[in-house]
Design a protein around this ligand. Structure first.
Ligand SMILES: Nc1ncnc2c1ncn2[C@@H]1O[C@H](COP(=O)(O)OP(=O)(O)OP(=O)(O)O)[C@@H](O)[C@H]1O
Ligand SMILES: [Mg+2]
Length: 240
């Protein structure tokens, strides 16, 4: 039997014949015939609001499953992994900054940052001392220690929560970083501190980065700019 976690291609992300549709009254469908991102590449993904960027990222992270086709991350077909195995694969390999952050509201920011490591022993090991690694990230992002150790995450401002989500994605150097509008709530200073940290980490560890933003000024820092409409076909249909 082949080991499903063994890389078989040089691509960090390889999508083929992907089809997906949300349920509900206003069905939105997304089709991507082929799209790939090389290991170590940085990609700026853009497109109109509602065009399907977050939907595509949810499929790359394995949060949603395609109706058909393949999404491979580091040579592993996410569709071949079942529930818990897919969650563990994501925790080990992918640092995700969700557009809505997805923090646990009653847990402290620090516990939120450390959370993926509970499901990812290799990533935890790469941290050395996880607490020190978390504090190093939050110091760089300008979050005070008393704030991240004591307040429930829900009590933080939106911009502070966004930086907690950033630290949670970067801890333990995941080889793939998926960032969905990670700077939307940050002021200019916090935004450049985050981008400097992000690119420094990406370069130091040879990580792959896919970042979605409406802020076209950020695009110049990336290897490649991709318009969602160039790689995906979408359709909408109103249920009767
Ligand atoms: N959880 C959901 N359930 C049902 N339909 C959804 C869901 N999330 C998104 N959609 C549908 O998918 C479409 C694309 O949404 P998506 O969030 O992927 O767009 P986006 O490009 O990320 O937009 P934005 O730039 O505003 O974040 C939406 O217009 C909506 O119709
Ligand atoms: Mg979105």
């Amino acid at each position: 039997m082949t080991d499903p976690s063994r890389p078989t291609t040089a691509d960090a992300i390889a999508i083929s014949n992907l089809r997906f549709a949300w349920g509900g009254r206003r069905r939105f469908g997304l089709a991507v015939d082929t799209f790939s991102v090389r290991r170590g590449e940085t990609v700026f993904l853009f497109g109109e609001s509602g065009s399907g960027k977050s939907t595509l990222l949810s499929l790359v992270c394995g949060v949603n499953k395609p109706a058909s086709g393949q999404v491979e991350v580091d040579g592993t077909d996410l569709g071949a992994l079942r529930g818990a195995a897919r969650d563990r694969f994501r925790a080990e390999r992918i640092g995700v900054i969700f557009q809505m952050f997805n923090l646990l509201p009653y847990a402290s920011p620090l516990d939120n940052i450390l959370l993926p490591l509970h499901f990812a022993p290799e990533r935890r090991q790469r941290c050395g001392d996880p607490r020190a690694a978390a504090l190093d990230l939050t110091d760089t992002l300008g979050l005070s220690r008393s704030l991240i150790e004591h307040a429930p995450a829900a009590d933080l401002s939106v911009g502070q929560q966004q930086r907690v989500a950033v630290a949670r994605a970067l801890i333990g150097h995941p080889p793939l970083i998926i960032a969905d509008e990670p700077t939307s709530a940050l002021d200019a200073g916090a935004q450049s501190a985050f981008l400097d940290l992000l690119f420094e980490r990406v370069q130091a560890f040879g990580a792959t980065l896919v970042l979605v933003s409406h802020d076209a000024r950020l695009a110049t820092r990336f290897d490649r700019e991709v318009s969602l409409s160039d790689i995906a076909r979408t359709h909408r249909e109103d249920a009767a």
